[in-house]
Design a protein around this ligand. Structure first.
Ligand code: SF4
Ligand code: SF4
Length: 197
């Protein structure tokens, strides 16, 4: 395992709210408060300890920050008032910017599909999003999930929560080209931000 002593500085410079990591006193309250932490490879307290220890590959390649559900339990209880939730999401975003996220990372796959669906027309096409999620791990799994969920789908159709005609395109916002221009500008601004290592 490689150690990089300047990893804390790299996190401070590139990760949202990363400058807070050095204030963690390793009390463990966040790890004990996180409803999902025990099921993760590394709960937040451990992630912060690893950043300070320079474990760059282990932190940025970890699945843990992708599992944060933004419940804010940790933020409410941290005695040092660290914005833990934002740091966890910031680490996931930074790993994405560096291209270090595995293609099979499920939360990332979901996020990509949601983003692509939403940004096409400025409104989520529920039917297409649902289908793309069912099939994101291959056709056999997609068919299995679709069959399992058919009652839910029919219920949504009957109660007008989902329109099967959305498969033809669905609704969108009024100014789609304005939306696209805004997104293009935002991605140009993001691309101009240099990673400081
Ligand atoms: S609760 Fe706050 S100070 Fe304690 S380990 Fe977690 S982040 Fe660090
Ligand atoms: S916000 Fe994220 S890290 Fe914090 S307690 Fe909730 S799931 Fe855990």
């Amino acid at each position: 395992m490689k150690y990089r002593n300047n990893f804390l500085r790299e996190v401070e410079a590139n990760v949202e709210e990363g400058e807070w990591v050095k204030r963690c006193m390793q009390c463990g309250v966040c790890a004990g408060s996180c409803p999902l932490g025990p099921h993760w490879e590394h709960p937040p307290q451990e992630i912060f300890m690893m950043i300070r220890a320079g474990k760059r590959e282990e932190v940025l390649g970890s699945d843990s920050m992708w599992m944060c559900t933004s419940c804010y339990n940790c933020i409410a209880r941290c005695p040092r008032e660290l914005p833990i939730t934002h740091i966890m999401h910031g680490l996931a975003h930074y790993a994405t910017r560096l291209g270090l996220v595995s293609e099979n990372q499920q939360t990332n796959k979901f996020a990509q599909r949601f983003w692509n669906n939403l940004t096409k027309k400025g409104r989520v096409n529920e039917l297409k999003l649902g289908l793309s999620l069912y099939f994101m791990n291959g056709i056999p799994e997609g068919i299995k999930t679709s069959l399992k969920m058919q009652k839910v789908g029919l219920g949504m159709w009957k109660t007008k929560r989902m329109d099967p005609m959305e498969i033809l395109g669905g609704h969108g916002c009024k100014d789609t080209s304005g939306l696209q221009a805004m997104l293009k500008k935002a991605s140009e601004i993001e691309a101009a931000k240099k990673v400081k290592v």
